[in-house]
Design a protein around this ligand. Structure first.
Ligand code: ACO
Length: 324
């Protein structure tokens, strides 16, 4: 018994930020951004559009698709690095707003791999108790933690949320295999400081959060290597070649990372879902938004094999195969 997808949902904030607008903010050009990242637009949360609000909107759509009431949920897992509060968790805010009175709730931080880590965890719960209904959400407002004067990073990220409800199933369907990884030794290549950890002087000064910092070229190299390794690993545990996969949904980091990945794995572009040009890199939200769009577009049929993979700060990464 493993996790089977009962419903998906996604939500993007209304405001769209174009490359042309970024040209007026930092020294860059639409041509540079498009050729280096494939990104044309990204959605940016406005006043009142906190991470939990994006998460709730995505979750409501997933509940509607699954035909479930919020009170039927047993667990809400939110993968995020940009919750509006450190305490309580974003998941508790979502639980309150949905009215999911029977669900326990917590957040998970695995950066861009967070949704995959969350789905892996949901799968483990369901193997213990197949009767559970679990909502896994990836939600981010990275715009709140982006340095809008840093052209190395501000062109890449965007805001959004994606949600997926899973329940127990037979052995043939749902999550067939997953492989998750981390390497904290490389944490300084992609990071976002938080408030100061120690306060020996009992002072209020300097307790500010900071912005995303990234060594772009190194991240690129590691991302391609790690994701292709994870995919190869997870496919070999099933004794399958990538040809068996109907749809590949990778983390939408940037188009050059995706192209390198496909080349290494020999996956044809028509088997890959790509929306990075519209949304940029939405970290933990990227895989569930893409999954929801592909699902609603009718690109996945019963019994199809869907391959998911992600890579992010930590470093964290992983790959998963789901039979629909
Ligand atoms: N506009 C114009 N020029 C720029 C910009 C910009 N927005 N940003 C950087 N440059 C300049 C640099 O300053 C540099 O100039 P210099 O040669 O005078 O020093 C030049 O462009 C080349 O910079 P590089 O960093 O070497 O450019 P590169 O080809 O590596 O592209 C990029 C940069 C797009 C960030 C690339 O390294 C990349 O895609 N890295 C992966 C990053 C990523 O996807 N991170 C997401 C988080 S992790 C994840 O989700 C997987």
């Amino acid at each position: 018994m493993g996790a089977f997808v009962l419903g998906t949902g996604s939500y993007l904030p209304r405001r769209v930020l174009t490359n042309a607008e970024l040209e007026g903010m930092v020294e860059t050009s639409d041509e540079w951004i498009t050729s280096r990242t494939g990104i044309k637009t990204r959605h940016i949360a406005g006043a009142g559009e906190e991470t939990s609000l994006l998460a709730v909107k995505a979750a409501q759509k997933a509940l509607e698709m699954a035909g479930l009431g919020a009170e039927e949920l047993d667990l809400i897992l939110v993968a995020t690095i940009t919750s509006e509060m450190t305490m309580p968790s974003c998941a508790c805010l979502v639980q309150k707003e949905l009215g999911a009175v029977h669900a326990f709730a917590y957040d998970l931080n695995a950066a861009c791999s967070g949704f995959l880590y969350g789905l892996d965890m949901a799968d483990a719960y369901l193997r213990r108790n197949p009767a559970m209904k679990i909502m896994v959400i990836g939600a981010e407002t990275l715009s709140s933690r982006t340095n809008w004067q840093d052209r190395n990073t501000c062109i890449i990220f965007g805001d959004g949320a994606g949600a997926c409800i899973v329940g127990g199933t037979d052995r043939r369907h749902g999550v067939l295999a997953s492989k998750m990884f981390a390497d904290g030794r490389l944490h300084n290549l992609l990071f976002m400081d938080s408030a100061r950890g120690m306060n020996p002087d009992l002072s209020n000064a300097g307790n500010q959060g900071s912005y995303i910092k990234m060594a772009g070229r190194d991240v690129f190299k590691h991302a391609v290597r790690a994701m292709s390794g994870a995919v190869t690993d997870v496919m070999s545990t099933l004794g399958l070649e990538v040809d068996a996969v109907r749809l590949f949904i990778p983390h939408q980091a940037n188009i050059r990372i995706l192209h390198s990945l496909l080349e290494r794995l020999h996956i044809p572009p028509e088997k890959v879902y790509v929306n990075v040009s519209k949304y940029g890199n939405t970290s933990a939200a990227s895989v569930p938004i893409a999954l929801d769009e592909a699902n609603r577009a009718g690109m996945i049929a019963k019994d199809d094999l869907v391959l998911l993979c992600a890579f992010g700060g930590g470093f964290t990464w992983g790959a998963m195969v789901v039979r629909w």
